[in-house]
Design a protein. Structure first.
Length: 320
């Protein structure tokens, strides 16, 4: 917590919610809704987004270092890509996590690093959709750095650590708004960009907010470029099978997007979750939104499911 001290009030509130057995997403929605009457709360929420970004950046790096990049994602992506090549079809990958383990797996299996946002949607054989953003995405705001009181000298001197950008955006949270422009954060903690301008015009750095959605229930907005959402909706028209691992189907907004784009007849769903009661809740929500022609549940964790016969059957491996 020393990296982003302004996030401490929300962390304390969430710890209390866990002790009261209140879902974290429900508590964060309550705290977010306080911002209209309690201006400091918006600063805390901005700080929490930066804190989540910082945590996921460091956790992803440590996990990759400890395991040499060998993850469940690599195995499942390799098996899916083998199935895709044999079937002559396309795949839509979706992740709600903030880490980049899925990108790392797709790159390891199919080649090509995710160095630009176009990389996510420019291959007709596979797209990767991130409705809630990623730790290494930045989202431009509608103000320049100098207009928020950050001098160019401060930016150049401290931008490598990101501290000036984070603290500046946190403390000026009521003075800016997000735009629909996103960037990959290239260098470590480089939370700013200098857009192209006409010859002779002054180029001023524009800060970037952490491009990830705070995990509240009933999310209403995605943290994703509009072009990605458009490609995702188009790709949904031809989906015949869905494999959902560790997804709880709690976000009405995303379910509505699926409902408006999935074909009729609806696809077959294969849902994997370690808790039978969670599987029942997911099936109920999928049926309520009329998203599946059938829903098959598997009470299993990710690792165990990779070794189970149902996955081999879904991917046609038993007949090969």
């Amino acid at each position: 917590m020393s990296a982003i001290p302004r996030a401490r009030p929300l962390i304390a509130e969430m710890r209390g919610a866990v002790e009261r057995q209140v879902p974290v997403e429900t508590e964060l929605r309550r705290l977010r809704d306080e911002a209209d009457e309690y201006p400091e709360r918006r600063k805390h929420i901005v700080a929490l987004a930066f804190y989540l970004q910082w945590v996921m950046q460091n956790c992803t790096a440590k996990y990759a270092g400890a395991h040499g990049g060998i993850t469940n994602y690599v195995e499942v992506v390799d098996r899916i890509e083998r199935w895709r090549a044999r079937a002559g079809t396309s795949v839509v990958y979706v992740t709600f996590n903030y880490d980049t383990m899925l990108e790392d797996a797709v790159s390891a299996v199919s080649g090509g690093a995710f160095l630009t946002l176009d990389r996510y949607v420019d291959d007709p054989r596979r797209i990767l959709f991130r409705p809630h953003g990623s730790w290494n995405w930045g989202r431009l705001i509608n103000r320049t750095a100098t207009s928020l009181g950050m001098t160019a000298l401060q930016y150049i001197a401290l931008a490598s650590a990101g501290e000036t950008v984070r603290s500046g955006l946190i403390e000026s949270a009521d003075e800016w708004a997000l735009t629909d422009e996103f960037r990959i954060i290239g260098a470590r903690d480089r939370l700013w960009t200098t857009p192209k301008v006409a010859r002779g015009e002054k180029r001023e750095p524009i800060p970037m907010m952490a491009a990830l959605s705070i995990p509240v229930d009933a999310k209403s907005d995605f943290s994703v470029p509009p072009s990605h959402l458009e490609v995702f909706r188009e790709a949904l028209h031809s989906v015949s099978t869905v494999l959902a691992i560790g997804w709880r189907a709690t976000e009405d907004h995303f379910l509505s997007v699926l409902g408006g784009a999935l074909p009729n007849p609806r696809p077959v769903w294969h849902v994997v979750s370690p808790r039978p009661q969670t599987l029942a809740a997911i099936e109920e929500r999928l049926q309520r939104f009329q998203l599946g022609s059938s829903v098959l549940g598997y009470a299993s964790g990710f690792s165990d499911f990779l070794e189970a016969p149902p996955l081999a059957e879904i991917l046609g491996e038993l007949a090969s």
